[in-house]
Design a protein around this ligand. Structure first.
Ligand code: ASP
Length: 330
């Protein structure tokens, strides 16, 4: 059994945690925050992140809060009928229903989420209301819809003719086998949008929204609305968000793990790499599925890593908003 002295030596050797003398309470390493000129920073998943980042920076520039920025940023792909994996126009489940998952976290540690929500174009805004107006974190299905309608949201059929056509085509074979990066084929599919922002003051927020995997089983909920899996923010440390096959992300509580690794001294890049490696070591389907993480820390440093080549992300920093290819494990 490890004794207390050995335990403290191990922690110091790892350089991972500092300890309050006389206690075993671990302290975050980023508690000394000095703003750097590279703020604000906005990072988001896939090509639809470019327009989302642009909106988020516009909101910050106009004096909006960092929570306003992440919410309004991801509302852009949510409202885009051409986008097959977020909000309006998203691919339905195997029974033809478009069901949406979303969550949001702010710098105060507050969190809100909706899952299995139908007929609402902006699930991220319902998630924000759950965060701000209820004592709960997550509402699902009928209850989430009822809450949205009670708060002035309007129901709309989200199944566009193009998505319906794709579903009917899929029904001919009904073969469920999500390919890696299927979401990023030009003009066809894009995946979940996860967006993280660090504002000028170093305050961090994140938002994540998706219609989930196309042709999923009815009732299936992925990682995206699960705080800690699809998204996690800790304002003392940083934030992380995930995309890809949600089942793999949930099994390692991926975004929380990325943030905890950063808390323990890893850079955002190292934390994303270590989390993907955890999936490789723990989840057998890793060889044939895609998962990607992006992360940012309080200093505005960013990271991204994925299982298979093909994941890309949009980064706004120092007045540039550009796409970058993520490095991959395979
Ligand atoms: N992560 C999402 C889910 O599993 C979908 C995706 O990002 O492809 O629902």
């Amino acid at each position: 059994m490890i004794n207390r002295r050995k335990f403290i030596e191990n922690l110091s050797a790892a350089g991972a945690l500092s300890l309050i003398p006389g206690t075993l309470k671990a302290q975050p390493i980023f508690n000394e925050f000095a703003p750097e000129k590279s703020l604000p920073v906005i990072i988001s998943t896939w090509i639809h992140g470019i327009d989302a980042n642009a909106k988020a920076i516009e909101v910050l520039t106009c004096g909006g809060s960092v929570v306003d920025a992440v919410e309004q940023g991801v509302m852009i792909p949510e409202a885009d009928p051409e986008n097959r994996s977020v909000g309006l126009g998203g691919l339905p489940d195997r029974d033809g229903y478009v069901t949406l998952d979303a969550c949001i976290m702010g710098p105060d540690g507050n969190a809100g989420s909706v899952c299995f929500l139908e007929n609402i174009v902006h699930p991220i805004s319902v998630a924000r209301l759950v965060m701000e107006k209820t004592p709960h974190v997550m509402l699902s299905g009928e209850g989430a819809l009822q809450f949205a309608l009670e708060n002035g949201f309007v129901e709309q059929d989200l199944l566009t003719p193009a998505a319906e056509k794709a579903w009917k085509e899929w029904l001919k074979e009904s073969k469920y086998n999500p390919e890696a990066n299927w979401e990023n084929k030009p003009n066809e599919f894009h995946d979940t949008i996860g967006l993280l922002a660090v504002d000028q003051n170093g305050d961090i927020a994140g938002a994540c929204t998706t219609s989930g995997l196309g042709y999923k089983m009815r009732g299936r909920v992925g990682d995206s609305p699960i705080i800690g899996a699809g998204l996690y923010v800790d304002n003392e440390v940083g934030g992380a968000t995930a995309t890809g096959m949600g089942e793999l992300v949930i099994k390692v509580v991926g975004s929380f793990l990325v943030v905890e690794l950063m808390r323990n001294g890893r850079s955002p890049q190292q934390a994303c790499e270590e989390t993907v490696t955890r999936i490789v070591n723990k989840v057998p389907e890793n060889k044939i599925r895609q998962v990607g993480f992006i992360a940012v820390n309080k200093k505005g440093e960013t990271g991204a890593f994925c299982l298979q080549p093909g994941f890309n992300f949009a980064l706004y920093q120092e007045n540039k908003n550009a796409m970058h290819d993520s490095k991959s494990y395979y």
